[in-house]
Design a protein around this ligand. Sequence first.
Ligand code: MLT
Length: 220
Amino acid sequence: MRIFVHPLPKYLSSDVCVLIDALRATCTISAALANGASGVRPVRSIKEALKFRGEALLAGERNGVKIEGFDLGNSPNEMMNLQGKEIVLTTTNGTKAISMLKCDTVVAASFPNISAIKNFISSFDRVDLICSGDNGEISLEDFLLAGMIAELDENPTDAARISQIYARSVHNIKEEALRSSHARHLIEIGFSKDVDFCTSVDTLDVIPILKDGVFRRLIS
Ligand code: MLT
């Protein structure tokens, strides 16, 4: 299989796209679905999210902080007891990156569901990994996760190869993630438990797949 690694968001048309926002959007989406949410609708703006008030729980952040008047932040640790509830989520980078994709299949990858995602994509011929980054800058944690997934490609493109080499050089994911500027920001504003959650590997067996604008749990 060929894996294309995109270190930053871009307008992209492709068959299978894996969206990565390791801290925290794609982790929050996975946690919500694992904890019973019926769906997570990613939207680009606060204004768009507000249209769903009353129909769904509004969740999101700007610069890491919960949006005023919203029900939830963008915290995987807040995604509890959501049986049958739909979430509308808007985040600084992750949901913006999703809005740039025109792909037949979009799934959300994070460290907690990395093996589930790798299993899912392994049968496709071509897969694009899109890192959300941080306000236009490459994010260490997104690129690390991309490199771990790109291991599936035995004949990698240049970008996939660079990501693989980086990922192979990392022996402790948590320790490495703590070096990222966004992890340090989240810890500074009181979200060290989220950094912990989001950098735990294979704790969630869930594949969030986008259908008609909503991430649903893929039942295999
Ligand atoms: C984002 O989309 O920029 C992030 O998920 C930010 C965060 O809440 O940590």
